[in-house]
Structures are given as C-alpha cells and as structure tokens.
Design a protein around this ligand. Structure first.
Ligand SMILES: Cc1ncc(COP(=O)(O)O)c(C=O)c1O
Length: 380
C-alpha cells in the first residue's frame, strides 16, 4: 500500500506534533513511559476477540488467552471472590462503567443510581443510554461523595434498590469514595437490595498498592470495577479492564450461533491488540514493578505539592493522590502544560512519563512563580 509523498509528509508532521506534545503534558492521566516495540509484528493481523474471552469461538485470529491472563491478574489484585469473577478488556473506562451500570440495571431494573457531583461527565450519558433513574449527590470540597447527603437521600428512597456509582479517583481531584463507609450507611438504613460499581478508571491500577489500602474493591463490597488501561498502566491506544461478579454476568449472557460464542460484552468485535499491550505491561512490571511505579509517582506528587506551596501556590492533594490541585492557572500555563481546568481549579497529574523528573516539575514551578509574581505586581 502506497501513499503520495504529500501524504507521507503529513504523517511526518503529525509524528512531530505528537512527539512535541508528549513532552510536557502534565494535566491528563496518561502514562507514556512504555516501549511496546516487541508487539509491532501483531499490527499485521486482524486480531479480533469477538465474544466472551472465556469461551472459544469460531474466529481463530484472536488473543483471548492473553486477555484471560490480564483479566485474571487484575481480578486477583482487586481481591475478586474465588470462582465468582469475570471480566474483559474494554475500550476504556467509559465502556467499563457502562457495563457495570448495565449489570446493575439487569439485577435491579427499578433501582436508583446514586453518584456524586464530581463523577466523570460520561456517566450521565451512560445513564441516559440505559434509561436508569438517578440522583446526584453533593460532593465534599475534596471531591469525595458527601456521605450525609447520600444517607439523607437513601433514607427517603429506602423502598427502592440502591445502585451506588462510587468514584475511585475523581477526574479533577482524585478523590476516592469509601465503599466500606457507604455499605455501613446501607446497613444502617436496612437497604438490603443494592449494587456497588467502582469507577476506578484513574486510580484502579494505583489503589491496590497504597497504604492504607482504599476501600474500593470486591473484598470491600464492589459488584463490578472499571479501570482504564491507558492511564496509569500505559498504552498507545485507549483500553481498559472491566471486572464483575460472575453471577451478575450470567444473567445477561446469550449464546450467538454466528460467532459460536456468548454475547457477554458491550461491543461485538473487540480489539485484540490492547489485551496484548496490557499483557506485555503486566509481564514487564509484575506486581512489584507496579508497586514501584506507584511509589515513584507518589514521591513526585509530594515533591510538586511541596514546591508549589513553597512559592505560595495554594496547592493540595487528597491522601495518596498523584494529582496536585491548585487554583485555576492562567490560559498560557494551561496551554503550555496541557492542564485540565474546571470548576475554578487546575491540576497536574504525576503519571509515569518518559520526561517526568523533578527537573520538569521545577520548570513548571518556575512558570507558576512568574504567575505569582505577576499577580503580586497587579495588586500593588
Ligand atoms: C473518574 C473517571 N471515570 C471515567 C473516565 C473515563 O475513562 P476513559 O477515558 O478511559 O473512557 C475518566 C477519564 O478521565 C475518569 O477520570
């Protein structure tokens, strides 16, 4: 397959653009310290994991065996119940959240979904797709769900099954809702019928390695968990892992003759390369490597927070977060450092990145120091 020189040139320009903009991208949860060169030959095949990863299908150009190993690895880290877990590699956190909500709706068709104000924007769209009744709960200032507001709201809806959509790392402040605490509220209100989904898009790959361990996984009471693969783990294309209790999944499984498999996933055709990417990362890092990555990112986050505070920026972090939050920064800083900004705050995320060292943080702090100096001058 050939393309014109002018088209080749355009690709070259895009490559340069990507290289340049990958160097200083502190605002989004993207790890880019990977090297998946060994997987390039797999680009020559139409790898499609259509159907259930745990059932053999008719189409053999697939990587299901590797997908199963990935899912098993993360199920173990998420303390899934022995012999009662299931999962697959998704296109990202949003699909995993849609899946969790879909299972919840099948289990509790009349249930109400409770989620905090700080929940990712895609969730209301997912709820719209699924036509599920839902109530937004206030957030605390740090982004965590307001447990009192949750309690009061649940109290007036005690006759309806509760579907809790918990954030394990909110988008802007990386706040983690405490599933243990939510379960206590449900028990106190004697709400017996409930479902808990953990949206661990951002922090799912981090939380198992934190001390103290956040209350977010199956052993803590989750029914399903969604994790993004392209965030902390690192992948050149969006992907994720969704895990659920197998008994919930069995309720929705349908046998499809055309693929010789079960239809248990959201999409039909499924990416067969991303399971290989996640498998490669899993084999390269292992649990110890992931733990070390978490430690390194935490150290960089603590460093960035301290340096910003030292120059007078009101920077703060949730406990054990990789996200440093600060008052909204000027547009030129947002543009230069690709900083997500919303609700009057900006943040930097200290993800495993090729160029991310204390030196890069110092450069960012120097820019912020000039912002502080300009603000002071304007006040004089
Ligand atoms: C808390 C949270 N949930 C869900 C998502 C969506 O994940 P994805 O972009 O992998 O679909 C994000 C993305 O930033 C997120 O921060």
């Amino acid at each position: 397959m050939n393309i014109k020189p002018s088209d080749q040139q355009r690709l070259q320009q895009l490559l340069q653009h990507l290289e340049q903009h990958s160097k200083i991208a502190l605002g989004y949860p993207v790890a880019n310290d990977f090297d998946y060169t060994a997987l390039k030959p797999f680009m020559d095949y139409v790898i499609n994991n259509v159907g259930d990863p745990f059932v053999e299908g008719t189409y053999k150009v697939e990587s299901r065996e590797f997908e199963r190993e990935v899912v098993e690895f993360w199920a173990r880290l998420m303390r899934a119940p022995e012999d009662n877990w299931w999962g697959y590699v998704t296109n990202g956190g949003t699909e995993g959240n849609l899946y969790g909500l879909y299972l919840a709706r099948e289990l509790h068709p009349k249930g109400i979904v409770y989620f905090s104000q700080d929940t990712h924007y895609s969730v209301t769209k997912n709820l719209h797709f699924l036509n599920m009744r839902h109530i937004m709960i206030r957030s605390q200032r740090n982004g965590e769900i307001d447990y009192e507001d949750l309690r009061e709201t649940l109290k007036v809806n005690r006759d309806v099954p509760a579907i809790i959509f918990a954030n394990i790392g909110t988008t802007m402040t990386e706040a983690k809702d405490d599933i243990g605490r939510i379960k206590t509220i449900l028990a106190e209100l004697v709400i017996g019928q409930y479902y808990i989904h953990s949206d661990a898009a951002m922090a799912g790959a981090v939380a198992p390695f934190l001390e103290p361990r956040p209350s977010f996984d199956f052993a803590d009471g989750a029914d399903s968990i969604s994790i993004s693969g392209h965030k902390f783990i690192g992948s050149p294309m969006p992907c994720g892992i969704v895990l659920a209790r197998r008994n919930h999944v069995n309720r929705i499984a349908r046998s499809i003759a055309y693929i010789g498999n079960l239809d248990t996933t959201i999409t039909g055709s499924r990416n067969g390369l991303t399971p290989l990417i996640l498998w490669y990362a899993m084999r390269a890092f292992g649990e110890d490597g992931l733990r070390a990555r978490v430690q390194k990112s935490l150290q960089l986050a603590a460093y960035a927070e301290a340096q910003l505070q030292a120059i007078g920026v009101q920077a703060w972090r949730n406990p054990n977060a990789l996200t440093v939050v600060m008052p909204q920064v000027p547009t030129w800083v947002q543009e230069k450092w690709q900083l997500a900004t919303a609700q009057g705050i900006s943040h930097i995320m200290l993800m495993p990145q090729k160029n991310l060292t204390t030196r890069l943080i110092d450069e960012f702090v120097a820019d912020m120091a000039s912002v502080c100096a300009m603000a002071e001058e304007q006040q004089l």
